[in-house]
Design a protein. Structure first.
Length: 338
C-alpha cells in the first residue's frame, strides 16, 4: 500500500509540473503576442510620424489599407497608398504603396520602401511629379521621436512646375541620397545626386550630366526630423558647409556660407563661391543664354582680374530675400521661396 501511495503521489506531482510548464509556455506566448502587437502599433505610429510629423498642428498622414505582417519574428506594416496634408505650410503629397519592417529584437530600427508615383503640391505654386525605380529608407527612433534617417533613391525622374516663375524643370538622377540626424539642438543634413540631369523648358540644354553634394546644418531645428519643431523652415537659419557641383572636365563649382530663410520662405545669405575652369564655365553659360553673352564676357573678365588672370576664382555670392548677385553688383536672378 505504501508503494502504491508513493506511485500515485509521484504521478500527481509529474502531472502538476506538466500543467505548470504548459501554463507557463502559454503565458509566455500570450505575453509575446501582446508585445508584438504593441510593437506593431508603435511601428504604425512611428511611420505616421515620419510621413506627417506635426499631426497636432494641421499635418495629417494616412496609410490606406493598413496590414500588419511578419509575426512572430518581424514586425511589418504595409499600406497601399500614402497621403500627407500640411495645412500650416500649404503642402500636400501623395505616394504609392509603403512597406516597412523592424526586427523584434530591434524595434527602434525601421526599414521601409515607398513606391512611385508621387505628387507634391505647395501653396507657393510649386507642383512636383516624380517616379523612381527603387526608394529605400531607414530610421532610428529615440524617446520620444526620430534620431536619424537615411534615404536612397535609384532612377529618380521628376518634373517641377512653378506658377511663381512660370518655369518647368525636368530632373533625373541615377542615384539620390538624403541623410538627416539630430545633433543636439541642431539638424544636420547631407544630400547627394549622381549622374543627374536638369532641363529647363525653353532653355538650351548645353550642360552634361552632373554630380552634386550638399552638407549643411539648420540651427535649433533638430525637431524638424520628428515633428517636435513647430516653426518649420520659415524663419530658420543655418550653415552651409559645402555644396559641390561637378559637370566634368574639371568644371567644379563650390558654395559655402551662412544662410537664413525669412517668414515668407525667401533665402538670404552671404556665400563663398569658388569656380574652377572659369573660361569653360563662361562658354557654357553663353551657349545657354546667348542674349547675355556680352554680360557674361564682362563678368568673366572681371572675375579673371579678381583671380589674378587665373582660371580659378573665389568671389562672394550674395542673396538678399531671393535676389542673387555676385559680389553684390552682378545680378544672377531671383530664387523662388520654399
Amino acid at each position: 500500500m505504501a508503494a502504491s501511495s508513493q506511485s500515485g503521489s509521484g504521478q500527481y506531482s509529474s502531472g502538476r509540473k506538466f500543467w505548470l510548464l504548459g501554463g507557463a509556455i502559454l503565458l509566455v506566448i500570450a505575453l509575446y503576442t501582446g508585445g508584438w502587437f504593441y510593437a506593431a502599433s508603435a511601428l504604425k505610429q512611428t511611420v505616421l510620424t515620419a510621413i506627417a510629423p506635426r499631426a497636432d498642428v494641421g499635418v495629417s498622414g494616412e496609410c490606406s489599407d493598413i496590414e500588419f505582417r511578419g509575426f512572430p519574428f518581424r514586425i511589418g506594416l504595409f499600406c497601399s497608398k500614402v497621403d500627407v496634408d500640411d495645412n500650416v505650410n500649404g503642402i500636400s503629397a501623395t505616394f504609392g504603396a509603403l512597406r516597412s519592417a523592424a526586427q523584434v529584437y530591434a524595434p527602434g530600427h525601421i526599414v521601409w520602401e515607398l513606391d512611385s508615383p508621387a505628387e507634391i503640391r505647395t501653396a507657393q505654386g510649386l507642383t512636383v511629379n516624380a517616379q523612381w525605380d527603387n526608394l529605400q529608407s531607414s530610421l532610428v527612433t529615440k524617446a520620444p521621436g526620430i534620431a536619424r534617417t537615411s534615404t536612397v533613391i535609384d532612377g529618380l525622374k521628376a518634373v517641377a512646375i512653378s506658377s511663381f516663375t512660370g518655369q518647368t524643370v525636368n530632373f533625373d538622377a541615377a542615384r539620390t541620397e538624403v541623410h538627416l540626424r539630430q545633433n543636439g539642438a541642431d539638424l544636420d543634413g547631407a544630400i547627394s545626386v549622381e549622374n543627374a540631369n536638369a532641363i529647363v523648358k525653353d532653355w538650351p540644354q548645353v550642360f552634361p550630366k552632373f554630380s552634386a553634394s550638399a552638407d549643411l546644418t539648420l540651427i535649433g531645428k533638430a525637431g524638424m526630423i520628428d515633428g517636435t519643431d513647430e516653426q518649420g523652415i520659415h524663419g530658420s537659419q543655418g550653415e552651409l558647409r559645402r555644396i559641390v557641383a561637378d559637370i566634368g572636365d574639371g568644371k567644379v563649382m563650390t558654395v559655402s556660407g551662412p544662410f537664413a530663410f525669412d517668414e515668407q520662405g525667401f533665402l538670404s545669405g552671404k556665400f563663398k563661391l569658388e569656380i574652377e575652369q572659369l573660361g569653360p564655365w563662361g562658354k557654357s553659360i553663353k551657349e545657354a543664354f546667348p542674349d547675355i553673352a556680352s554680360t557674361v564676357d564682362t563678368a568673366t573678365k572681371l572675375l579673371k582680374a579678381l583671380a589674378g588672370g587665373g582660371d580659378k576664382v573665389s568671389v562672394d555670392l550674395v542673396v538678399d530675400h531671393g535676389n542673387a548677385t555676385v559680389s553684390g553688383f552682378i545680378p544672377l536672378g531671383k530664387i523662388p521661396p520654399v
